[in-house]
Unconditional design. Structure first.
Lengths: 474, 243
């Protein structure tokens, strides 16, 4: 008597997805899949448009991480123009990218995932959310909200608006920073650091309370991928793309972005609109790798900023160099928030940051360009081809979340096997299945549905369609 | 200003009412001219001081007492005793409808347009309170002509106001630009419907780009929101030629 449990849609993630769990005759989990149920079509409908519009068009892929797409797209466009952008422009882009990382990580950790950690995975879903947090832990909730604000305001100060700023352009940025606006950014740093430190301290005191989740939340050996600086430190804007094995040992590294095609292939599955990239030489699906905060802190020798490095040290003392459980994405995320705030401070104090030289102007000088950057969720690749007049002919994008698709699917199965019992469903079981997805902080739609409490009905039916059990979240 | 020695008959002075206000003007003046002289705002898109009247956008429609028809104020001369209404619910509805039709006819994606924030169609829609397009979008598949070295013609954004055609013929004297086709199949063309780069009559002066009210004619290399138009040249050139 096999059955299928469907979780539709998955809540407290960004975008729309469905999870199905197939049970075997004994009521045990046979298989589980993560279905991404939306289709966007950006790669197709940009064909024919001028390349100069690309950063802003591609930013519309997402309302939460538009800056990530601005970065990868603008870098691909810089390639098409064959320019090296002024160093100040690169640093200003870096600041915006880090600000975006802070706000997005804060959203993932505080708003979406922390309710599970604070209240437990079996707590009442009516209060296991950000509003519950505001009621019972107002200071904690405030830290999350104000960290988001810190990041979002820097984006606004630099780009004119918080979402979809048009300031990042092919060749650099459209406007230099003024001293007055720099002071505004600097003024927010100490408070943001305090809040981030507080969150890291809290997580450190808490994460060991979840040994079962740690053991089963996508806990398996995979490769890791992410950008690193020339010194091998953590990097989010530009650097070499490094692949390491499950122990953190270097497998491959390249600096020429065009080489991504030598290392990554994309597979499609008929159950999901999200493609499954894999490490080419290991084949599909053995070439599974993970990206994002956990991958980045594993790949990097260090962060290069004091507070983040202290936290990274604590992380490695507890978990070793390359923890296999995706549960630790949360901790890695907090390390990155600390690093990003510190790094923003460092860049803001660079005397050249106010330089008026922020844009290299050129015509299209190449027909193909690739841009790689690190989105909050991981490595993001934009690859464009244009005609001689500068109009788009072809685009391929590997979105950060896509890189984690294989791991998310395997993670869903692992956690379902560990927690779901077909005899009697509980909401807490299914919440854990969703929570493993939340660890990866997937940005599926890249829509603005940040806090969707979408209606969810899970039905457990027998072979003749009789309703055996049902859980509703209307 | 020097008066021409060949004497024209002195202009007849007229009195009329616009929105309840008694105004006077000279014969031959249009309702739009007189309204503007008296600080009465009538919305326009195709009209541009310094170019001949086109009367194509129909946004400047007004009501004249005694007639059930609506009149394009840019192309209607004042007559003695006219009683004109420039603002009414009926006019506002028509004006909004015209804008909605313009938005739905081609692909006007403000958020990612190079003219975002500097677009007359966009600001007119804001001014007249257009919040939704009630007509289905047509989403036509149109081309972009990027062949020209400095400028770009994006048919997706064109509203067929013909300002480019007029400035090219009347001010620059090149007459590179014109319109082909009729109705919804009308398109701006260069010379004999050639790629812009092949239009030998084009002097690359850029006047067409800067009179274009939307993001249809733009400078190449501009990113989203960067295409602010410079119009100061037009009244200057016009007055230089008149006098």
């Amino acid at each position: 008597m096999s059955k299928t449990i469907t979780i539709d849609g998955v809540t407290r993630i960004e975008g729309h997805a469905r999870i199905t769990i197939d049970l075997n005759d004994q009521g045990r989990v046979h298989d589980a899949k993560f279905h991404v149920t939306q289709f966007r079509g950006f790669e197709k409908f940009v064909e024919g448009r001028p390349l100069t519009e690309m950063p802003s068009v591609m930013a519309r892929i997402c309302g939460i991480c538009p800056v990530s797409h601005l970065m990868a797209s603008a870098k691909a466009c810089d390639e098409l123009l064959s320019v090296e952008i002024p160093p100040t422009a690169a640093n200003l882009r870096r600041v915006m990218n880090l600000a975006q990382l802070v706000q997005s990580h804060a959203l993932s950790f505080f708003h979406l995932s922390s309710p599970d950690l604070l209240y437990g995975f079996d707590a009442d879903p009516a209060t296991r959310n950000i509003f519950g947090l505001i009621n019972t832990h107002p200071e904690f909730a405030k830290d999350g909200i104000l960290l988001r604000k810190f990041g979002q305001e820097i984006i606004q100060i630099l780009g004119g608006k918080k979402i979809h700023p048009a300031w990042v352009v092919p060749g650099g940025v459209s406007e230099p920073l003024t001293a007055e606006r720099r002071e505004k950014i600097i003024a927010g740093i100490p408070d943001a650091l305090d809040r981030a430190k507080r969150a890291a301290t809290w997580l450190y005191s808490t994460f060991e309370k979840f040994p079962n989740e740690e053991a089963a939340f996508a806990n398996f050996p995979t490769m890791f991928a992410g950008l690193v600086t020339p010194q091998g430190n953590i990097e989010h804007y530009d650097g070499a793309l490094r692949f390491a094995d499950n122990t953190g040992k270097l497998v491959a590294e390249f600096t020429n972005p065009y080489q991504y095609r030598d290392y990554i292939s994309e597979a499609t599955e008929n159950f999901s609109f999200l493609k499954s990239p894999f490490f080419k030489s290991k084949g599909y699906p053995d070439g599974i790798y993970r990206v994002g905060p956990l991958a980045r802190v594993i790949l990097a020798e260090k962060c290069g900023t004091p507070l983040a490095d202290a936290e990274l040290k604590r992380f490695r003392e507890k978990l070793g160099r390359a923890p296999a459980s995706s549960f630790h994405y949360h901790w890695a995320r907090l390390i990155e928030i600390l690093h990003a705030i510190e790094k923003i401070g460092e860049l803001m104090n660079d005397p050249d940051i106010l330089s008026p030289r922020v844009r290299a102007r050129a015509r299209p000088n190449r027909n193909e360009g690739v841009g790689i950057s690190e989105a909050p969720r991981g490595t993001l690749i934009h690859h464009y081809k244009i005609d001689d007049q500068g109009q788009m002919r072809w685009a391929n994008m590997i979105i950060a979340t896509g890189n984690n698709n294989l791991a998310m699917n395997r993670g869903v199965k692992q956690v379902a096997e560990r927690f779901v019992n077909g005899d009697k469903l509980t909401e807490g079981m299914l919440n854990r299945v969703e929570a493993v997805i939340r660890c990866f902080d997937p940005c599926l739609s890249c829509s603005t549905h940040a806090l969707g409490q979408m209606p969810m009905i899970v039905e457990l039916r027998g072979p003749n369609g009789e309703l055996l059990d049902e859980i509703r979240r209307d | 200003m020097t008066m021409s020695p060949t004497t024209k008959p002195p202009a007849e002075s007229l009195t009329l009412t616009i929105d309840g206000k008694d105004v006077s003007c000279r014969s031959g003046q249009t309702i739009l001219d007189v309204a503007r002289e008296n600080d009465i705002d009538i919305p326009t898109l195709c009209q541009l001081d310094g170019l001949t009247t086109w009367g194509g956008c129909r946004l400047c429609l007004v009501e004249i007492a005694g007639s059930s028809k609506l009149f394009a104020s840019c192309a209607t001369q004042c007559t003695e005793g006219m009683n004109i209404t420039t603002q009414s619910d009926r006019l506002l509805n028509y004006r909004r409808m015209i804008l909605e039709m313009l938005f739905s006819e081609r692909n006007h994606i403000c958020a990612v347009c190079v003219s975002n924030g500097h677009c007359e169609l966009q600001s007119m829609a804001q001014k007249l309170g257009v919040t939704h397009i009630h007509l289905p979008y047509r989403y036509p598949k149109l081309t972009v002509d990027s062949s020209q070295d400095r400028f770009r013609l994006d048919h997706n954004r064109c509203i067929l106001c013909s300002r480019c055609v007029r400035v090219c013929g009347e001010i620059e004297g090149a007459h590179t630009k014109d319109l082909k086709g009729r109705g919804i199949k009308t398109f701006v063309i260069n010379d004999l419907d050639q790629p812009w780069a092949d239009a030998k009559s084009c002097t690359t002066c850029g006047k067409c780009v800067h009179v274009c009210p939307v993001g249809a004619l733009t400078e190449r290399g501009t990113a989203v929101s960067e295409m602010a138009k410079r119009r100061a040249f037009l009244p200057y050139l016009t007055s230089m030629r008149e006098h």
